[in-house]
Design a protein. Sequence first.
Length: 289
Amino acid sequence: MHKATEFLLSRGHWILLLVIEGLALVLIFNSGFYHRFLNIAFSNRLVGSIQQVTGEVSSYIGLREKNRLLTESNAQLEMQYLQLKQQMDFALADTIKPLTFVRDSTEAIPEMQFLTARVVSSTINRGHNLIVINRGAEAGVKKDMGVMSARGIVGIVSSVSQGYSVVVPLINPSLKLSCKLKRTNHFGYLTWDSPGSVTSRLTDLPSHVRVNVGDTIVTSGYSSVFPPNLYVGRVDSSYQVRDGVALGNGNIPVALGADFGTLDFVYVVMAGVFVPHEALDSVQSLYIP
């Protein structure tokens, strides 16, 4: 308290000056019309400036809210776009389906039903490659169902959960597929044993059969998994021919039709019992992880 009193006494002349000037301004602005006009103008300008600053602050705060709403709206639109794109992708995949299975014969085959599925993970460079698709028991997928792509046979379902299935592809040595040479109808087995390669081997053809580079390999139909005459691949250009005679019919390289490195949509064979057998001739000792 004592210090406050000392401060007021030491600054008293300044305080007195401010009080006197304040009284003088009041007297001036109230002494005449002109001075009152200046007072009002000054007050309006001051109030206007304050209102402008307040408005800008409010506008900035409102802009942040609008930006938040715009961001949320953009996120919703993006989600709708992705959902629509996914629906269009599946619709496109369904329309491609009839073109998918190149029937290399005019032979009639039973009506088939397919389930479109999407590949969620796959391997192509391992010793035992596997593919996981986003369809499982809930969609009706069962073990030992065939799987195809837009370019040919992919593999066979080996295990199923509620929402997903594991497919053993042709590029897995555990899968042995019964095939035939389309041109001659001679049968053999397709196997794969070269990690990192998309070339399989057709074995067990009779030694007298003449094989040419580019010959088409199709399913034999000797199983309840795939109908006959579905495209598998072609005899690879690495196959050796000497003096018009093929060499090594017991081990023919086959370039597979399915591109396992870019698989996106596949088709599960859901219906159509083609050749009822007690056992699947085309599947031997499926590798199940």
